[in-house]
Design a protein around this ligand. Sequence first.
Ligand SMILES: Cc1cc2nc3c(=O)[nH]c(=O)nc-3n(C[C@H](O)[C@H](O)[C@H](O)COP(=O)(O)OP(=O)(O)OC[C@H]3O[C@@H](n4cnc5c(N)ncnc54)[C@H](O)[C@@H]3O)c2cc1C
Length: 410
Amino acid sequence: MNYAINEIEEAVLQTTREFAQKKIKPIRAEMDEKEQFSKQLWQEYCKSGLFGLWLPEFYGGLGGGITCLAMAFEELSRACAGLALTPGTSALGAIPMFLAATAQQRERWCPDLASGKKLWAFALTEPEAGSDATALKTTAIRDGDYYVVNGTKHFISTGKEADFYTVAVNTNPSRGARGISLLVIEKGTPGFSFGKKEVKMGIRSNPTYELIFENVRVPKENLLGSEGRGLLYVQETLDYSRPGVAAQAIGIAQGALDTTIPYLRTRKQFGQPLITFQALGHKVAELSAKIEAGRSLVYTLTHQMDKEFIPAVQNALANQTTVHDELKKLKGARWTKYSAQAKLFCSNVAMEVADECVTLCGGIAYMRDFPLEKYMRDAKITQIYEGTVHIQKNEILTALIKEYAAKGEE
Ligand SMILES: Cc1cc2nc3c(=O)[nH]c(=O)nc-3n(C[C@H](O)[C@H](O)[C@H](O)COP(=O)(O)OP(=O)(O)OC[C@H]3O[C@@H](n4cnc5c(N)ncnc54)[C@H](O)[C@@H]3O)c2cc1C
């Protein structure tokens, strides 16, 4: 089903579908095999305007919202989840900035973000702080007009390639989690270096790096919002970005099915096409229903989000305020439960579909020159990053308990 509800979304779907066919499919296997980031594809993304889909025209974007971002990410991931991460993680790194930045900070960073000239990345995870972000140890201690940053982040997507890193730091360690703040740290700042490059199961064309900060002096103008409010911005960011991961998961699942159905139609055993064996055909039908359910969940959610997100962005531009403050003024709903439900459901669908498709196609699907094994490897990450399946369940349960407590005994 086509979930685009306006011309912008329709155009995004068409453009990204064509882009994926022409620019991603021909190189995906090679980039995966070589575990290589494609700078050439990055330039193609810039030319196509894909980095600015969700940003206002004022900064050179397309004026779309969270739906456009998710639709693009679905279509690109349908071809290759790793290569889709070039614009995907740049959006993830930039969302906290876009939410919390002052008008001056937006002016400084958004035009190059929208054009794709500068890539962004998001650095929350540390060796000792994965699911529990409150345990992070990276410190940023104020010294005159600067913060002095020390610590290590790991598993950071688009590491080394990105220009700007939105980094979760503690600016007041005595306050524990209430001391967590967000700083934008530019590549090339003295003392900021890259450590281990991870060798991964999937999304191999997107580099995953360790970031090392040794007495890095970051101008105080790079603080996002207020000190101590970092976790709030992180949660708000994940509320908007998790539907993107859910859309990526649906793209992976659809890509796996797109590979499987034509194969089952042409491959014959016992004198008949595999798809005519009802056990196999029914499985295909069931998987397609799950994909559609996931897609419907994602776009129902993002369309609701955009009813607030797009006006909040317009208001922030008009009033020279932050998007975060304008959202607060408008906000009826909190998205955490719904975003977690979408990510949980769709990432499980992606893993199930990819796994079943390999089973359906048999031995050929185990081979590296047939794209299914890659979909299976890529699907797994959607159950892990931006919060594992268990963490999504925790978020959902916490929200449910609160809702039922508020209702009281019935
Ligand atoms: C390829 C890749 C790219 C990534 N990119 C980024 C990035 O760009 N930026 C970034 O900041 N991070 C990134 N991450 C980190 C990712 O978000 C974390 O790996 C993830 O949040 C899980 O943290 P962890 O790996 O430390 O696992 P752990 O937190 O150690 O969890 C291990 C297991 O315990 C479970 N568990 C933990 N706590 C609970 C609990 N309270 N209840 C139930 N179960 C629990 C988990 O679900 C999991 O099954 C990336 C990770 C990978 C693998």
